[in-house]
Design a binder for this molecule. Structure first.
Ligand SMILES: [Zn+2]
Length: 511
């Protein structure tokens, strides 16, 4: 051992002691977990000793032992699981901290959406969060006398007395941008612009955690075409992209005819994850295939409004995760967004808008896939796909396991679907059993245990969390098995979707 190793040894010794002592002496309270885990991440005994690269070790688990969340505030399984397992923490009524593990899932959802939006030629941009109330008055969505009336619209008045809206959607804002550069030649269209940003809704009763919060992340795409035909082509193109996107996520979904409601416009479809806690009632006719939000049905009707059959109508609850609208000239006309048509005359642009509730999508996925005790993720959105569990501190295999963990961690990076997806649970003060339980609760799709058998027989315990199986495998077979489990999860995405085309007939006639 060269002299250059000496400072590392001294440093390691100090941090090693601190790392062991801190969990014991740290004050009990919400910050204890943070402190200890932070120290663990700083501890050079764990990091550089394993190998030269940065190793992803356990993210801080902020399990609220002294939870201030009252049980009566929890009204869905996903909300409880996400709070209990340190994915979110409530800040206020309807506002949440998204903690590091969930942030990773959120980023995956964003990347996935970006990819599917880019595939249909949509360009990403950022609109201001604040929209002048004047624009909402101009579009007719905010009546002049509604200035101070409480609604779900969150408003604020700036120091100049101007009312600003913290928007739930941004039709006025984007249309105003188009109007400011109008008229643009028809050759510039179709134009597809989207953003992924925080939206606001002043909920009377926020509930179900991230599913109905005051503040949420939403993808909103706005499309502009020169004529109705183009607008409808765009509508189909975006709906096809949504089908591919939800197919890839792999949570069973249904596409139903929706209500144009407060958005205005002429045609609308919604995407739902069927679930008991869903706040929408969906109606499906098994005879003619009509699939619709119950809002489109008269309140007491038990009859299919398309084929008039009454025995074939089924109801189910759904969580709305996405919505598509054809808006035509609903916003472009009042706000003056025109294009220069082929005949040289200005004509109002034909608009569509398409939302995906990104934070809601995560909560809804957990709601649908999880058991009462354990989180299950769509493989595409799991915060990490593989969790490595190391021997307990003080066990005789502890030091001998270290090279195996480093090697496994590095080699897994080259396995398909594994790059950047491996986390090492190095909380060695806990037993392997306890950490296995935690890993199952957090729903990492694959868990690999480097235990005593790794030392004595070079065998590794591989858990497929989704189907609940476990096997002991040699080193080479472990790498292969992890790849196969994750590949089968990717393949699963292809067939678990339920799609139903249903037109709002009255609306289609208008087009
Ligand atoms: Zn029918």
């Amino acid at each position: 051992m060269g002299a250059s190793a000496l400072p590392i040894i001294i440093f390691s010794a100090i941090f090693g002691v601190v790392g062991i002592v801190l969990p014991i002496v740290a004050p009990k309270g919400p910050n204890r977990g943070w402190l200890c885990c932070y120290m663990a991440q700083m501890n050079p005994l764990i990091g550089p000793k394993l190998h030269q690269n940065t190793i992803l070790i356990m993210a801080p688990l902020i399990i609220p032992k002294n939870a201030t969340v009252k049980s009566q505030d929890i009204n869905s399984k996903s909300q409880r699981l996400m709070l209990e397992h340190g994915l979110i923490r409530q800040a206020g009524n309807g506002t949440f901290y998204l903690l590091p593990l969930l942030q990773r899932s959120l980023q995956k959802a964003i990347d996935l959406i970006d990819r599917h939006m880019e595939a249909i030629g949509a360009q990403k941009m950022t609109l201001p969060l604040l929209t002048s109330a004047e624009l909402w008055k101009k579009s007719g969505r905010l009546k002049a006398n509604e200035g101070g009336t409480p609604t779900e619209l969150l408003q604020t008045t700036d120091r100049h007395g101007k009312v600003q809206i913290l928007g739930p959607t941004h039709e006025e804002s984007i249309t105003s941008l188009l109007a400011a550069i109008a008229p643009v030649t028809y050759r510039q269209f179709p134009l597809r612009l989207y953003q992924i940003s925080t939206k606001f809704r002043d909920e009377m009763k926020p509930r179900f955690g991230l599913m109905r919060a005051k503040e949420f992340l939403m993808k909103d795409l706005y499309t502009f075409d020169v004529d109705r035909e183009g607008c409808r082509d765009t509508y189909e193109s975006v709906n096809e992209a949504y089908g591919r996107l939800f197919g890839e996520i792999g949570v069973p979904f249904v596409k139903v005819a929706g209500d144009c409601g407060t958005m205005g416009g002429s045609l609308s479809h919604e995407y739902h994850f069927p679930s008991e806690v869903g706040e929408d009632q969906l109606i499906r006719c098994t005879r003619c295939g009509l699939h619709s939000n119950a809002e489109l049905f008269p309140a007491v009707s038990e009859q299919c409004k398309s084929c008039i059959s009454s025995e074939t109508v089924e109801r189910q609850a759904g969580i709305e995760v996405a919505h598509a609208f054809i808006l035509e000239e609903r916003y472009t006309k009042p706000l003056g967004a025109t294009c220069l048509a082929a005949n040289g005359k200005p004509a109002p642009l034909q608009m569509g808008c398409y939302g995906i509730g990104v934070t809601r999508l995560l909560a809804a996925s957990i709601e649908v896939l999880s058991s009462e005790k354990e989180i299950r993720w769509p493989a595409a959105l799991a915060p990490y796909r593989v969790c490595l569990i190391t021997p307990k501190a003080g066990s005789k295999e502890e030091t001998q396991a270290v090279p195996w963990i480093g090697k496994l961690y590095n080699d897994l990076q080259t396995v398909p679907n594994c790059t950047g997806e491996v986390i090492v649970d190095d909380r060695t003060q806990l037993t392997i059993g306890k950490r296995l339980l935690d890993a199952r609760k957090l729903g990492y799709p694959v868990i690999v245990i480097v235990g005593s058998k790794a030392i004595s027989e070079e065998m590794f315990e591989v858990h497929n969390v989704t189907d609940g199986t476990e096997v002991n495998l040699s080193y080479g077979d472990t790498l292969t098995a992890v790849g196969e489990i994750l590949a089968s999860k990717s393949a699963k995405h292809q067939h678990s979707t339920v799609q139903n085309q249903c037109g709002n007939k009255a609306a289609q006639e208008v087009l």
